[in-house]
Design a protein around this ligand. Structure first.
Ligand code: FDA
Length: 384
């Protein structure tokens, strides 16, 4: 059997590209070293797969070229994927911030993709080692098969125990494609010694605005025994780099709230005032940091301003991240400079395509990464 297209990786992007190409009439083979297809789809969104986001725009992605994702996202949108989900009668709901989840199970999304592949006559070969890729006379040879078109959809190295690997970068090197240094993203941050101060509130979660540089996210943060996690922190982590402070706003309008408390309960102390707005244990930790023990009646405006500054700008100094083992995605990857934004084909290697997480396009938390997998997979699938 000869093939027109070989897709490396039976994940979200690879299955979408394979189904698209197969349904357009190409003979498609998908190779994957895992014993099952779409393993990350199955564990995604807590088993319910946050399969897209209604608010998807190129602005929700990190990349050295922030415009790169626009073309693919515009030609296969969140609404296109939702229409596919609806055609399969998969029930879904919007959880928050435009995040769409299956009512039932992520298995439905995988089953849908596999059925789409079947409709396109796609062959999927699992438990297959990729090994060396030969390329001569416009033909790619890999794992004993050959085709004129090769699609790299092997994702990034996040969560290696799920079968994730950095093979995309080795392939990039083999074909001379530049790689933007991969780094863990959507990942908990560690605080080193600073975590000691929050040891007693490990497990506590509350809404915050988390800011790194000029980028901020308002969602929940979770104190852990090693540092911080929760959606706001995972989002901020994608923008974090070594040495950058993380600034949390725990209590917007803190100054106004404290002044009102001073008037309403002058005999009370800061701890009581804060406990009205923050979990008790966090109020205690913050009073220890602020060090203001007087009755509120004896606190000057300047005292309250200083306390408010601590609460609106709790400045922490992450020492690192929990790494690829805990990262939901990998930021960086094969440089968009080497690829066509319309087709995902390598500009200097005709017939070679790169899609999904392997590319230097990384979405925010909330269904954006799958949407990129669908859109970039579709773009390559139509082009091959
Ligand atoms: P993906 O990783 O899906 O597929 C790559 C495939 O290549 C895999 O099948 C793998 O086995 C194969 N492969 C890798 N190395 C290979 C090698 N050396 N040889 C052969 N095959 C190889 N996103 C989102 O939008 N909504 C969500 O709800 C979630 N939830 C979520 C939860 C968790 C726990 C994680 C880890 C990640 C998410 N994500 C997410 C992110 C999302 O899963 C991710 O962005 C996409 O799966 C990327 O799709 P790809 O097809 O590019 O890679």
């Amino acid at each position: 059997m000869t093939y027109d297209v070989i897709v490396l990786g039976a994940g979200a992007a690879g299955l979408m590209a394979a189904a698209t190409a197969g349904q357009a009439g190409a003979r498609v083979l998908v190779l994957d070293h895992a014993e099952a297809a779409g393993k990350k789809i199955l564990i995604s969104g807590g088993g319910r797969c946050n399969f897209t986001n209604t608010g998807t725009t190129a602005g929700c992605f990190l990349s050295e070229n922030p415009h790169f994702a626009k073309s693919a996202l515009a030609r296969y949108t969140q609404w296109d994927f939702l229409a596919l989900v609806d055609r399969y009668g998969i029930a879904w709901h919007e959880k928050t911030l435009g995040q769409l989840f299956c009512d039932g199970s992520a298995r439905q999304i995988l089953a849908m993709l596999l059925e789409e592949c079947e409709k396109g006559g796609v062959e999927i070969r699992l438990s297959t080692r990729i090994g060396e890729i030969a390329h001569a006379d416009g033909i790619f040879r890999v794992a004993g098969v050959e085709a004129a078109q090769l699609v790299i959809a092997t994702g990034g190295p996040s969560i290696p125990k799920m079968g994730a690997s950095g093979i995309a970068y080795q392939i990039a090197e083999r074909f001379g494609l530049p790689v933007v240094t991969p780094r863990p993203a959507l990942v908990p941050l560690t605080l080193g010694e600073e975590a000691q101060a929050f040891r007693d509130i490990s497990g506590l979660s509350l809404p915050v605005t988390a800011r790194v540089g000029t980028v901020s996210f308002t969602e929940a943060a979770l104190f852990t025994h090693r540092g911080l996690s929760g959606p706001a922190i995972l989002q901020a982590s994608s923008y974090w780099h070594e040495g950058a402070p993380l600034v949390l706003n725990l209590l917007p309008n803190a100054f106004d709230l404290l002044r009102a408390a001073r008037q309403r309960m002058p005999r009370a102390r800061l701890r009581a005032a804060l406990s009205e707005h923050l979990p008790n244990r966090l109020a205690e930790v913050m009073v220890a940091r602020i060090g203001l023990q007087k009755e509120l009646a004896n606190c000057s405006d300047a005292d309250l301003e200083r306390a408010a500054e601590h609460l609106t700008h709790l400045t922490l100094h992450p020492t690192g991240t929990e790494g690829f083992a805990k990262a939901e995605v990998t930021a960086g990857g094969i440089s968009t400079a080497a690829l066509s934004s319309r087709t995902m084909e390598a500009k200097d290697v005709p017939g070679l395509y790169v899609i999904g997480e392997a590319v230097d396009v990384t979405g925010w938390l909330g269904g954006y990464n799958f949407q990129w997998a669908w859109s970039s997979g579709r773009a390559a699938g139509l082009a091959v």
